[in-house]
Design a protein around this ligand. Structure first.
Ligand SMILES: [Zn+2]
Length: 111
């Protein structure tokens, strides 16, 4: 199998966003390698995480795109390692991790 012949990448960046809000609350960050939220248990990014990520990156949408893409890469690797035969489809993971981000323009320009 090819994966045994090629060097494997190391662990990626720490998933440290979104920051906890309020500061003493448990953060809605992913619990690896299952990629569920450590605060509410839903698939990450959960709705509170998405809201907090948009607030954290309000002035840096490119940074949010880069962060989400990195988390997507890490999640694909973790989830397929956990379940190589029945893991989620790549399109599902892309929609879950990346496609909801700051890429779409509003249908109507804000006043
Ligand atoms: Zn959560």
């Amino acid at each position: 199998m090819i994966s045994h012949q090629l060097p494997q990448p190391g662990d990626g960046p720490e998933a440290d966003r979104p920051r906890a809000h309020p500061a003493h609350a448990k953060p809605h960050t992913p619990l690896r390698p299952m990629w569920c939220c450590r605060a509410c248990g839903r698939p990450w990014p959960c709705p509170p995480a998405r809201l907090l990520l948009k607030a954290d990156y309000a002035d840096n949408p490119v940074g949010l795109s880069i962060y989400l893409s990195g988390m997507y890469y890490e999640a694909v690797r973790d989830l397929y390692r956990l379940n190589p035969d029945g893991g989620p489809a790549p399109g599902e993971l892309f929609a879950r991790f990346v496609a909801w981000g700051p890429y779409r323009r509003p249908a109507v320009d804000p006043p």
